[in-house]
Each structure stands twice: as structure tokens, then as C-alpha cells.
Design a protein around this ligand. Structure first.
Ligand code: PBG
Length: 325
């Protein structure tokens, strides 16, 4: 057995010999408390509508939100991210700041169903505007500062409805300052903000457009980031940290592990990653084609996020992960 010619300086394989040894020295672990489940609620439907590009993901009617929350809770999920698919769209997305609007109702229903569930609202306008942009459109572009004023109304409404955390995804400059000021002035200094701080303009969001039934045809290149720019990616998150963001985020995930690691090395704030619709759809499609092992690929991907520095993972796989870890 012993080869007298070659003796390795160190035998890494000694700690790989059994499952117990490998588990003992494992550096990165997945727990259910790492995961946040996105939920889509659509107005005007009575049955769940399957999202065809995202197998096993549905748009649910409002009447089933409580049930969805309770099912997630029973599987061990402790945080959800709510997306509304509105039938009350207008030029500015005003439904998001009406106290009887979809955003307010979703938050109230979710909190009533399970008061201990951490309810996070995706705070944007694209699912509530007729043009599908993430804010007020002026001269063919989203007007940053006008959008901030509406965002302030939206987040105060969400807080009044009982939301546990605000998650602005519109990539407007100054959005954290605007939100913090509005929340603090309205008596909600205790409500944290998880910023979509480094969000790239990405083709990986393709299936999401299907998920929210968006007729949006343009690009978001004037507000979401160019994926070619790692220095700007860091600056975006550091700016949101300076403005008071409690949690930072990188989105999408799989193709952006370098960005996650870079932000992790430069910030002490908790860091989230969003495993987006296209990443989900690609794994589903690969698994359906029989070319990859779904469970193994998902566990490897989620572990890679944590290894790169993510503390939290937003993923459509959150419920399945409950069966797997
Ligand atoms: C809209 C929003 C998007 C996603 C979350 N919020 C789409 C976009 O920016 O075009 C993407 C989520 C996903 O793809 O899973 N502000």
C-alpha cells in the first residue's frame, strides 16, 4: 500500500473519510432561519394561478393568503416577502399608499394569520403602474425625486398596516434616506429597512415579469445597475449603509458571488441575497430535462451564497428547502 517514492506533506483526505468527520469540520451550514419566502398575491382571482415559467410557484388569491402563510409557518419558514399583483394600476402606483389598497390588505392579512411571522413588504411601484416602471415616469424616464415622495407615503402606509420590515427594490438614489425620514417622522423609528442595495439590471428577472403578469416591455437600465461594474456595486451598498439601511442585499445571486464577497468584506451589516426567478427557472428546467439533480444543485447553490458572505437568502425554494435540510 505505502508508496515509498511519494509522501504528501499533509493528508487533507484524513478528515474526509466518513460522513461524521465531514460534518464535524463543515464550515458552512444551512438553517431554515436563513430563508425568506417570496409570495405573490393577485387581485381578482379565486384560484391559485400557476406561473408557467416557474413550476410550483403560484399567484394566490387574497382569500388564500392566510392559508399560504400558515403552511409556510408549519414548514419552519419565519419570514415572507409580499408582492402584490394589482388590478388597480395607474400612472404613479397610488394604490400602494391607500389604506384600503392591496399592499395594506396583504400586510394586515398576513399578520393576522400568523402574528409571529416576519412580514416584509417589497416596496416598489412596478406592479402597480400602468407602464410597469418602478416609479413616476417623466419624459420617458423614471423621475427619481418624485418617486421618493411617493415611496415615503407607501412605506408609512405599510408600517401603519403592521409590516415588520420594509424592502425597497426600486433602486432610486436617496431611497433609504427618504424612507428612514418618513418612518421616523411617523413614529416608526423601530421598523428596519432591508435595502435592495445592489440590484443589477438583469435578464435573470425574465420569469418574474410572467409571475407578476407584467406587460412591461422596456428596460430598467437608467435605475438598476450595469452588471459590468464591481466598484459601483460596492459603492451602492455602502451608500445605503451610510443612509441607514439595516440589511443590505445583492440581486441576483448565482452570477454575483464576487459582489457578495466584496460587500461582505466591507460592511458589518447583515447581508441578503435574492435567488431570483430566472435562477429558479433554470434549475427547474434543467431538472425537468433530466440533466441535473434538483435537490443537490439547490443545496450547493444556497451553500455558495452563504460561503460568499450572505446571511439571508430570499428564494422561491424556501418551502422545498424545509424538506431537504
Ligand atoms: C421589481 C422587482 C423585480 C424583482 C423583484 N422586484 C423585477 C425587476 O426589477 O424587473 C425580481 C424578482 C425575481 O426575478 O425573482 N422591483
Amino acid at each position: 500500500m505505502t508508496n515509498n517514492l511519494i509522501t504528501p506533506d499533509f493528508r487533507f483526505r484524513r478528515l474526509r473519510r466518513t460522513a461524521a468527520l465531514r460534518e464535524l469540520v463543515r464550515e458552512t451550514h444551512l438553517r431554515m432561519s436563513d430563508f425568506i419566502l417570496p409570495i405573490f398575491i393577485e387581485e381578482g382571482i379565486n384560484e391559485p394561478v400557476p406561473i408557467k415559467t416557474m413550476p410550483d410557484v403560484f399567484r394566490y388569491p387574497e382569500s388564500q393568503l392566510a392559508e399560504v402563510i400558515n403552511r409556510a409557518w408549519s414548514k419552519g419558514i419565519r419570514a415572507v416577502l409580499l408582492f402584490g399583483v394589482s388590478t388597480h394600476k395607474d400612472e404613479v402606483g397610488s394604490d400602494t399608499w391607500h389604506d384600503h389598497g392591496l399592499l395594506a390588505r396583504m400586510i394586515q392579512t398576513a399578520k393576522a394569520a400568523q402574528p409571529e411571522m416576519l412580514v416584509i413588504s417589497d416596496n416598489c411601484f412596478c406592479e402597480y403602474t400602468t407602464h410597469g416602471h418602478c416609479g413616476v415616469v417623466f419624459k420617458n424616464d423614471v423621475d427619481n425625486d418624485a418617486t421618493l415622495l411617493n415611496l415615503q407615503k407607501q412605506v408609512v402606509l405599510a408600517a401603519q398596516a403592521g409590516v415588520d420590515m420594509i424592502a425597497p427594490s426600486g433602486m432610486m438614489d436617496g431611497m433609504i434616506t427618504a424612507i428612514r425620514q418618513a418612518l421616523d417622522d411617523a413614529g416608526f423609528a423601530h421598523i428596519p429597512v432591508m435595502s435592495y442595495s445592489t440590484k443589477f439590471a438583469s435578464a435573470f428577472y425574465g420569469p418574474f415579469r410572467d409571475a407578476v403578469d407584467s406587460s412591461f416591455k422596456g428596460t430598467r437600465n437608467t435605475y438598476q445597475m450595469d452588471f459590468s461594474n464591481p466598484r459601483e456595486a460596492l459603492a451602492e451598498s455602502m451608500q445605503d449603509e451610510a443612509e441607514g439601511a439595516d440589511i443590505l442585499m445583492v440581486k441576483p445571486g448565482t452570477a454575483y458571488l464576487d459582489i457578495l464577497a466584496h460587500i461582505r468584506a466591507n460592511s458589518t451589516r447583515p447581508l441578503a441575497v435574492y435567488h431570483v426567478s430566472g435562477e429558479y427557472a433554470m434549475i427547474k428546467a434543467g431538472a425537468a430535462a433530466g440533466v441535473i439533480d434538483e435537490k443537490a444543485i439547490v443545496l450547493e447553490t444556497m451553500t455558495a451564497f452563504k460561503r460568499a458572505g450572505a446571511d439571508l437568502i430570499i428564494t422561491y425554494y424556501a418551502e422545498r428547502l424545509a424538506d431537504w435540510i
